[in-house]
Design a protein around this ligand. Structure first.
Ligand SMILES: Cc1cc2nc3c(=O)[nH]c(=O)nc-3n(C[C@H](O)[C@H](O)[C@H](O)COP(=O)(O)OP(=O)(O)OC[C@H]3O[C@@H](n4cnc5c(N)ncnc54)[C@H](O)[C@@H]3O)c2cc1C
Length: 313
């Protein structure tokens, strides 16, 4: 029996994947979406989402993702609760792309990759214990909840410096914990940190624990790695800013990635170096990393796929 060739397969079920599905389905591409191991994506790990337009009272991350899925399914997107384990992309215009979910082979004329990125954590048990109760990996998402309070930022690179200067505008005081005796950030970012009066930088300091009541952060436990002396800092929020890992391992051999593993897209579009393969959301965006920008690029990817297929016909 001849295998069905799909017009559009979407890999990933975060805001970019489901938005791509809504647009692709409404353009009659009959998309099939693979959720991966985290149906709903990163937002299912958070409680309050207060910055997605259209929810005046805010919404929980899991509810928002269920709403997006429902909207995609309303237009007949087929959702598979499976992980894509292998990809073999054609590099010819009009070529057929192959994906596998375990032993199942999937053929598609166009593929939208929206596999997101995963925030890196230090690996402390306390990070999990206080996740949603003061530990965060996103100042833009959660900084607002710490208005006028004291927070800690862990990290030494540009992201950490950016998160710290952003939080300094909202909070009373930011303490930056830098493991080594220098920053890894660019000179310009270091300059911004040094010129922000309510940021205190503690070099050679590491976070080793978190204390609090009712799973809410009250203190950061830190160690001076030169003297081995431990101390505690009273804070309400702890922002881990040590980077993200884009989920691109299975595509790495075939698609052009930047030096940090993010998929490279043609500026102003979601096109990758391969015809008919598009990338949307955090997997191709190390700068904005927001639900709304992921959704926006998911819309772009579906429109790019629709245009690509129309031009083949
Ligand atoms: C704790 C937390 C709180 C946040 N709060 C906010 C907020 O308040 N506001 C905001 O705008 N943003 C927030 N963000 C950021 C926001 O969640 C992300 O920017 C957004 O989810 C990115 O969407 P995405 O579609 O690119 O990917 P993700 O949401 O990362 O989803 C990726 C999807 O790809 C799937 N996947 C991965 N690999 C495979 C594979 N091989 N096969 C099939 N599927 C695969 C995963 O299962 C997942 O469904 C928060 C992030 C975190 C972690």
């Amino acid at each position: 029996m001849e295998q069905n060739i799909l017009d559009c397969v979407i890999v990933g079920s975060g805001p970019s994947g489901f938005t791509a599905a809504i647009y692709a389905a409404r353009a009659d591409l009959k998309p099939e979406l693979y959720t991966g191991l985290e149906p709903g994506g990163q937002l299912t790990t958070t409680t309050e989402v207060d910055n997605f337009p259209g929810y005046p009272d805010g919404i929980t991350g899991p509810q928002m993702m269920m709403d997006l899925q429902k909207q995609a399914e309303r237009f007949d997107t087929k959702v598979h609760y499976e992980l894509i384990t292998k990809a073999e992309f054609s590099n010819e215009e009009g070529g057929i792309h192959k994906l596998w979910a375990g032993n199942k082979e999937i053929l598609a004329k166009s593929v939208i990759i929206s596999t997101g990125a995963t925030a890196k954590y230090l690996g402390l048990d306390d990070e999990k214990k206080y996740s949603g109760g003061g530990v965060s990996a996103c100042a833009t998402c959660d900084g607002f909840f710490y208005k006028g309070k004291d927070v800690v930022v862990v990290g030494a690179g540009d992201t950490a410096a950016e998160e710290a200067t952003y939080l300094a505008k909202l909070t009373n005081k930011v303490t930056m914990l830098v493991r080594k005796d220098t920053f890894r950030a660019s000179k310009a970012m270091i300059h911004r940190v040094e010129n922000t009066p309510n940021i205190e930088v503690k070099f050679n300091h590491e976070l080793i624990g978190i204390e609090g009541e009712n799973a809410l952060v009250e203190r950061a436990v830190v160690i001076n790695n030169l003297t081995q002396e431990t101390s505690k800092i009273d804070v309400h929020g702890i922002f881990i800013a040590i980077g993200h890992k884009p989920n691109t391992d299975i595509f790495a051999e075939q698609i052009n990635l930047d030096e940090n593993g993010y998929i490279k897209t043609v500026p102003g579009s979601t096109r990758t170096n391969l015809p008919g393969v598009f990338a949307a959301g955090d997997v191709q965006d190390h700068i904005y990393r927001q639900a709304i920008t992921a959704a926006g690029s998911g819309c772009m990817a579906a429109m790019d796929a629709e245009k690509y297929l129309a031009e083949l016909a």
